[in-house]
Design a protein. Structure first.
Length: 228
């Protein structure tokens, strides 16, 4: 097996478009608390720092909340979301076929997401993506989460691969920062949920479609190979 030996992926905004289910669950919580609902595009901007931050941002956009109100709202959000996390969520085009190809090529595949671990496993199972990954690290697996590199390091340990033989694929600033801190090349997908301008995110490569991953990995491998 050549370079890379492992590829670690973000989930929301990279492999799956989860905004509709996250918005549905958040809006149920807001409505139950007598608040206005929020639009899909607003929720898109709330994603990336885990479920607690998503709910906190939803509450802030509709009047704010005390720590106690946030804790109660997040617990209710998880109850709703984890009961049906993939009703409206879908993989992005090309994800399933590309994962099959990468697996057939012998690559070790992992997930490193800030989504809670239970919800992550439920979504992967519901979408038929659960058979591809040798490591699934959620936002609550460790005390740290992205942009801290610890979850990415943990995923690579599970995949028995060093940072020098791995690539990270993600859609936002936290993915890029975690990859940089871990010393792992970063492939940025341009269709996800980044909250900063994409041109501000350093990346070894940028892709507009997920099915570009194999070709980009091949190019990075050629660039990483020692010259004669």
């Amino acid at each position: 097996m050549g370079w890379p030996r492992a590829v670690v992926f973000d989930l929301d905004g990279t492999l799956i478009d989860s905004v509709p289910d996250l918005a549905r669950s958040l809006n149920i919580v807001l409505a139950e608390n007598g608040r206005k609902t929020v639009a899909l595009e607003q929720v898109r901007g709330f994603i990336g720092d885990g479920g607690t931050k998503l709910v906190e941002r939803g509450l802030a956009a509709t009047g704010g909340a005390s720590p106690e109100q946030l804790a109660a709202a997040f617990a209710r959000f998880l109850e709703i979301y984890e009961a049906a996390p993939a009703t409206l969520t879908r993989p992005y085009p090309g994800v399933l076929a590309t994962m099959k190809r990468l697996q057939q090529d012998g690559l070790r595949l992992g997930i490193c997401t800030n989504k809670p671990h239970v919800a992550t496993l439920a979504v992967l199972s519901a979408l038929g993506l659960d058979g591809f990954f040798g490591a699934v690290i959620g936002g609550d697996t460790l005390a740290q989460r992205k942009p801290d590199p610890a979850p990415l390091h943990h995923a690579l340990e599970r995949l028995e691969t060093g940072a020098d033989a791995a690539v990270m694929v993600g859609d936002n600033e936290h993915d890029g920062a975690a990859a940089a801190a871990a010393g792992v090349p970063f492939i940025l997908v341009t269709y996800g949920y980044a909250r900063v301008p994409l041109h501000e995110l350093p990346a070894a490569a940028r892709i507009d479609r997920f099915d570009e991953v194999p070709a980009v990995l091949a190019r990075l491998a050629r660039e990483a190979a020692p010259s004669n």
